[in-house]
Design a protein around this ligand. Sequence first.
Ligand SMILES: [Zn+2]
Length: 109
Amino acid sequence: MARPKMILTAEQVLTRKAMAWATKIRVNPTRIVIAELETKWGSCAPDGVVTLAKDLVDMPEEFQDYVVVHELLHLRYRSHGKTFAAMMTVLVPTWRDLEASYPAKLRGQ
Ligand SMILES: [Zn+2]
C-alpha cells in the first residue's frame, strides 16, 4: 500500500522548527502549541508548554527563530536577565535588530 505523501502545514513546519531549536538549545518543552495569541508572539508556561502565535507562520523565518528561541530559553531562565540576553546573542545574533524591526507583540513576555 502506498503511503500518502506527507504535506506539512505551515503550523507543522513551525512546530518542527521549534523542536529543532529545542534540541540545539538542549531544553525539553512539555509540548509545543500553536494558538491564536493576540497580545504576544509566544509564551512559556511554568509547566513547560511553549505556545507560539498562529500568525507567526506569516512572519520572516529569522523573526520566527527569534521568538522560538526566546520562549525556549525561558525553560532555562525565567527572567530576561544578563544570561538570557547573552544566550540570545549566541543563538540569534541579530535578535536586538529583530526585536526593534517587528511588531512588539512579544515585549514584556
Ligand atoms: Zn520573555
